[in-house]
Write a protein that binds this ligand. Sequence first.
Ligand SMILES: [Zn+2]
Length: 208
Amino acid sequence: MSAHCCAGPSHSSADPRYRKVLWLALVLNALMFAVELGASWSSGSVSLLADSIDFFGDAANYAISLAVLGMAASTRSKAAIFKAACMGAFGAFVLGKAVFNLSAGTVPEPITMGAVGVAALAVNASVAVMLFRFRTGDANMQSAWICSRNDALGNVAVMLAALGVFGTGSAWPDLVVASVMALLALTGATTVLKQAGRELRHSALHSH
Ligand SMILES: [Zn+2]
């Protein structure tokens, strides 16, 4: 549910069916990013905002996979740095929004939260199934499985937060889930930034 998500090309990039599936995954993730942003705005839910970070990150991953296939490793690292920086900033924004909602006493509307959480899970599951037959090799299968599982956990956390808000009439379940997800995004972004920085230094070293 954070900056880890791995949509890197594992399959021959020349396969037009694979490119088509990547495009579809990109569109679906970008769409769900917009839906969660809008629903977070209309329902006042911060956990929906936090969950949208993952759709943003995954959409960016599919875009990077489509755009930089066959390009220099340094281009890929720069794209990863840009994505991670966006996700880190987004995570910080979500934390700020949680504090703001807490002080404003905003209680989110749980029906929208729950419904969008279910839709998000359905989209993530469909994308996982679509990409499944293009996965090759044990390591690749495993990382794809971890990503899908983390995405699903995020969606389920939003649903549980909705249930908690519905049951207690308080904003706390939403704020706790949102803060955990935002912190995970921040940690994930830091890890990616460190690793990409190392890769960039490495490739700079070898180009001279
Ligand atoms: Zn993801």
